[in-house]
Structure formats: C-alpha cells, structure tokens
Design a protein around this ligand. Structure first.
Ligand code: PLP
Length: 468
C-alpha cells in the first residue's frame, strides 16, 4: 500500500518469445491479410491486444490441475468440481458446460428466440446479437444515454436505460420479449461496469412482467471490483459476495469462461427454471456433447474451476483494473481520445475523434487499427461500423453508434514495459494523423463480417514511415 507502481502479483515461470518485426514486413503482412487484423498470423504481431478472450496466462495451480483432469465421458470429477465452483458463485441449480460462450448463447437464445421475438440488452455483444438474429428475432440495445459520450468520466456507464426498457416492454408486449440481457461489464460499450442498483431495477421490472432476465456474466469479477470501489454500500463485501448478489437477481446466466474464468477455452449457462433447463439440455446434447462435459475436456473443466476462484483474489483484481487504467490514463494525458472512465478489460479509443477527417463510411476505426499494427506491430480490434454498421434495404450506409478501437488486455500476460512500449507507439501515430486515410470493404459475409471481411485503402496513400 502507498506505492505508485502497480507490480504484477505473479512471477514468470514459463516464457513465450515475441518476434520483433520491421515496418516493411508488417506492411506486407497486413496487405496479405486484406487489411483485416483477424487475418494476420499471431507470430507477426508484437503486442496482441486483439482480444482478452481465451488469451489469459493460466496459473501454476491451473496447469497442475490439467494433469488431474478426469476425462470420463459421464460424471467426471472435473465436471463435479466445475459445477460446484459455479454453484457456489451463482446459486443456480441447473448448470451446463459448453465449449465457449457463443455455444451457450446458441442454445439459450435458440430456446427463447424465433420470429416475432424481441431481446433487449444494455448492449448485445456481437456473438449475442448474431445468435439472436439468426433465430429471426430482433435484438435492441438500450445503453444509458451517457454511454455514447465517450469523454464523460462517470461511473457505471455500462448500465441499461430503465426508462427505455419500460417503454419497450409496453411497445412490444411482455409476451413477445424473449429475454432482457444485462452484459456485465458492457463489452461492446467500452467495457463499462453495471451497477448493482441498475441490475436490481432491471430485475424488478422483469419480475413484474414475467420476463426472463439473463446475465451475460463474462466479466462479473471485474464488474464486482467497480461496484466495491464506486457504489455505496458495497465497501465491506468481498468481490465474490458482490458477484453472488448480482447472480441472485437474474433468472439465468451465460458465461464465456475465456474471460473471467482465466482459461483458454470454455463456457457455461445456468438457470433456476427446470422447464427451461430441460429444453436447453436437449440442444446441448445434440450440438455440444453430453451434459457433464458440453464441448470440454475434463482438464479444461478442472482449469475453469480453479480460475473461477483465482479471479476473485483482491491482489489480482487490483492489479488487473489498475494496470488497464494505467495505459488508458497515460494515453488520455497525451490527448488521445480514450473512452472515459477506463473500463475493466480494455482501453477504447474514439477513432472518430482521432481521425476526424475520415468519414464513417470509410471506417476510421479500421484505419486506426491498421496504423497501430503498421507502426508498432500492435494488434487491436475495431468496434465500430465494420462490426456493427450495415447497408439498409435502400442501399444506404447505416453506421454504428460509435467508432471505437479496442485495446483488449490479456489477463496476466503483458508486463509494465510492454505497456510502456504501446504508449510510445501512440506518439508515432500522433506525428502524422492527418495523412491517414480510410478503407472500403471489398468482400464480406452476411453475419459477423468483421472476422473475415477484406478491405482496400481509399484516397491518399497512408504513410508507414518510422517506428519499429
Ligand atoms: C466473449 C463474449 C461472448 C462470447 O463468448 P465466446 O467464448 O467468445 O464464444 C459473449 N458475450 C460477451 C460479453 C463476451 O465478451
């Protein structure tokens, strides 16, 4: 206590080399990838901030648990440990493993969705939206209005707009609402946390109307950190107690274990209602695997059980949130338009403000993501009109609400000097920002186009000089 330096609360026991590429190599690699960072080889990336999903470093306890993994087809010891860890945390009696979060989403929203149904969320994550829309249902985002003011430094900008929720329930009719989904923290809206008060209000409205209330709880531990720090009345509770209280407000939860369970693969869904569980169980067996492993190996389940304990360690959470804020605040001090306050798992840059001369139909976020790679070998992720924009049935371009670039920080992977390097790369980006131009899409699939779309540069040639 009392020291400014945030030390990583772990020692490094195994290392993975990073290859240092040149700007010329990177220009070639990015061109080959169709200017889509998902298309790069990981070995051509110096600092990989593409995602915090499945990129955690596991602990010595998790790795030793791998050897204890029980690979029995049915009733595996590792499943029993995983189920117990989830039950202790969530209190849900019906718990099902899946190979990752979107498999849980496909099953849960497949059971609740269909033509004519409406889903309402603070913000649907991209795979959540896709799994809802593919059933023919509609997905509506109602973040609080201050969520789109990226400069506003206010806690709990991840909240749902409860007034709008009331309006939407009367507009669509409660019987047509598949579920109300609270994403904690709100990944697609800056990784901003959701307050307990908001979860209580949303839960109360759902209960009153008999609507299913689901938590997308990928980052529930990070969210609990913000509640303890910023919401009155939670100062003396543990992070785990706060998470458990939030779970108790919802009817069901969906989790990608690749986030706060500190593993490389896995997920689950869990609920109170038996009839709903019965419906989901069938599709789990058809699509994922038997009910005691879902799509997972015994060793994966062992690591999830341990990760769900480790993530609530106060030293870990303190380091996690403060080191993310360190990067964000340093960029903010340089005048880079970062989303404020800094979220839990990532720093988000407002690319529309960083490149005001690039029109949204030429994807300023994509331009920024490409520049970060070309200048510093940093891989980030556009969360803007490439991901959420579309062309309407009159052929008109409809942009996303925001043009963000996400620097997602893998858990327990990078050290302070990696972060200092990233901060330096931004100095290079500031040097020639007016010269950078936008992109256009040359090829894209119908759903989740950001993963595989290809791009071409538009306008003036982009400068890639300097910066190793
Ligand atoms: C990652 C994520 C998902 C999907 O999980 P996968 O494990 O990637 O399939 C769903 N919701 C949110 C909020 C996420 O961050």
């Amino acid at each position: 206590m009392g020291f400014k330096t945030i030390i990583e609360p772990f020692k490094i026991k195994v290392v993975e080399p990073i290859r240092i590429t040149t700007p010329e190599e990177r220009e070639m690699h990015l061109k080959d990838a169709g200017y889509n960072l998902f298309g790069l080889k990981a070995d051509h990336v110096i600092i990989d901030f593409l995602t915090d999903s499945g990129t955690s470093a596991m602990s010595d306890r998790q790795w030793s648990g791998i050897m204890l993994g029980d690979e029995a087809y049915s009733g595996s010891k590792s499943w029993i440990r995983m189920r117990e860890a989830i039950y202790n945390l969530t209190g849900y009696p019906y718990i099902f493993p899946t190979h990752q979060g979107r498999a849980a989403e496909r099953i849960v929203y497949g059971a609740l969705g269909g033509k004519g149904k409406v889903f309402i969320s603070n913000t649907h994550f991209d795979t959540t939206r896709a799994n809802i829309e593919v059933t023919g249902a509609e997905a509506i985002d109602i973040p609080v209005p201050e969520a789109s003011d990226t400069a506003l430094n206010k806690p709990f900008k991840g909240n749902m707009d409860v007034g709008r929720l009331k309006e939407l329930i009367s507009k669509h009719g409660k019987e047509n609402i598949g579920a109300v989904i609270l994403t904690v923290t709100n990944n697609s809206s800056g990784g901003q946390p959701v307050s307990m008060q908001n979860a209580k209000e949303v839960g109360a409205l759902c209960r009153l109307n008999g609507i299913m209330f689901i938590l997308d709880c990928c980052r529930i531990a990070e969210n609990a950190y913000f509640i303890k720090r910023d919401e009155k009345g939670f100062e003396d509770m543990t992070y785990k107690e706060i998470a458990t209280q939030m779970f108790s407000l919802a009817d069901a939860s969906v989790m990608s274990a690749k986030k706060d369970a500190l593993v490389n693969m896995g997920g689950f869904f869990a609920m109170h209602d038996k009839a709903f569980a019965d419906k989901c169980r069938e599709s789990l067996i058809i699509g994922e695997g038997y009910i005691t492993y879902g799509g997972l190996s015994g060793r994966d389940m062992e690591a999830i059980a341990t990760g769900l304990e480790e993530v609530f360690d106060p030293d870990y959470l303190n380091y996690r949130i403060k080191s993310t804020a360190y990067l964000g605040n340093k960029l903010h001090q340089k005048g880079i338009p970062v989303m404020m306050p800094i979220g839990g798992h990532a720093v988000y840059i407002d690319a529309k403000k960083f490149y005001p001369h690039i029109p949204v139909e030429n994807f300023p976020g994509q331009a920024l993501a490409c520049e970060l790679y070309l200048k510093g070998g940093i891989r980030s992720c556009e969360i803007g009109s490439v991901m959420f924009g579309h062309t309407d049935n009159k052929g008109k371009f409809v942009p996303a609400a925001m043009e963000l670039v996400r620097l997602a920080i893998p858990r327990r992977v990078y050290t302070q000097s990696h972060i200092e390097y990233v901060i330096e790369v931004f100095d290079k980006l500031l040097e020639d920002r007016e010269k950078v131009s936008g992109y256009k899409i040359t090829e894209a699939p119908r759903y989740l186009r950001h993963f595989t779309a290809r791009f071409e540069k538009t306008g003036v040639k982009m400068s890639v000089s300097g910066g190793r």
